[in-house]
Design a protein around this ligand. Structure first.
Ligand code: NAD
Length: 260
């Protein structure tokens, strides 16, 4: 379905981004992977995806907190794989603390990686999409783009910002073949959430399994984690022709979190 398209997925060396990259690769898109990690492991991942799906796979170690590196990543993807058709802004970090003591440098880092990178990536990728009158921008926001939780000031502010930016880009491209939408995952068991589970187990003096189940029962009525594969499938749908008139929306994949 996406044969020959070029897709960048930021933060795709792990978790949800990797699930999305696998789904887009499975649909035939050539991939630019991005994210941090051990160089040898990333190369194994890159080569593995290329042979599993028979697509071209490149890697950029661009730091999403650095606008010039984001722009360079988009240019390199175009050179190595062809003009960028699909941009998935997924890279993100979390930091939890009460607002009273939230470290300002952590605020800046969360805002830079979770929100400003979406702006810089979009700005860099949009001209080529407009020129070919086709493009898909998919922003991985969160249920925290629509509702809040305590101790997540920067994350919640950034994700609300991502949904606002998604709507603006959708309106500014509304008469073109470029669409921009967001996905709002609930809890997905990735390293980002595992950190929160481990912190909770330590804080409450309970087992990791108990902390996992407490975390889910607080927010996610299904009592189950959403999976990177499920989110990847939603992303592929948003990139399909069937979704050409879906513009500026936020799709929850959240086990009922937002229904409460
Ligand atoms: P993760 O920690 O498994 O993966 C994060 C990815 O981003 C990794 O590849 C990491 O290397 C990369 N990354 C981090 N900082 C970066 C930087 N400065 N530059 C480039 N890459 C960077 O996390 P995840 O849970 O897969 O999260 C992915 C996205 O999904 C994030 O935007 C997160 O906010 C969002 N999300 C996650 C959940 C969840 O429950 N896991 C829920 C809602 C939304």
């Amino acid at each position: 379905m996406l044969n020959g398209k070029t897709a960048i997925v930021t933060g795709s060396t792990s978790g949800i981004g990797l699930g999305i990259a696998r789904a887009l690769g499975g649909a035939g898109a050539n991939l630019m992977l991005n994210g941090f990690g051990d160089a040898a492991q990333i190369e194994t991942l890159r080569a593995g995806l290329a042979s599993e799906f028979g697509v071209k796979v490149a890697y950029s170690g661009a730091d999403m907190s650095k606008p010039d590196q984001i722009r360079a990543m988009v240019e390199i993807a175009a050179k190595e794989l062809g003009p960028v058709d699909i941009l998935v802004n997924n890279a993100g970090i979390q930091f939890t603390a009460p607002v009273d003591t939230f470290p300002p440098e952590r605020w800046d880092a969360v805002l830079a990686i979770n929100l400003s990178s979406v702006f810089h990536g979009t700005q860099a990728a949009l001209p080529a999409m407009r020129a070919r009158n086709w493009g898909r921008i998919v922003n991985v926001a969160s249920t925290h783009g629509l509702v809040a939780s305590v101790e997540k000031a920067a994350y919640v502010a950034a994700k609300h910002g991502v949904l606002g930016l998604t709507k603006v880009v959708a309106l500014e491209t509304a008469t073109t073949g470029v669409t921009c939408n967001a996905i709002c995952p609930g809890f997905v068991l990735t390293p980002l959430v595992q950190q929160q589970i481990d912190a909770r187990a330590k804080r409450d003096g309970i087992s990791v399994e108990q902390a996992k189940s407490d975390l889910l029962s607080e927010k996610q009525p299904s009592g189950e984690f959403a999976t990177p594969e499920q989110i990847g499938a939603v992303c592929v749908f948003l990139c399909s022709e069937s979704a050409a008139q879906i513009r500026g929306i936020a799709v929850p994949v959240d086990g009922g979190w937002l229904a409460q």
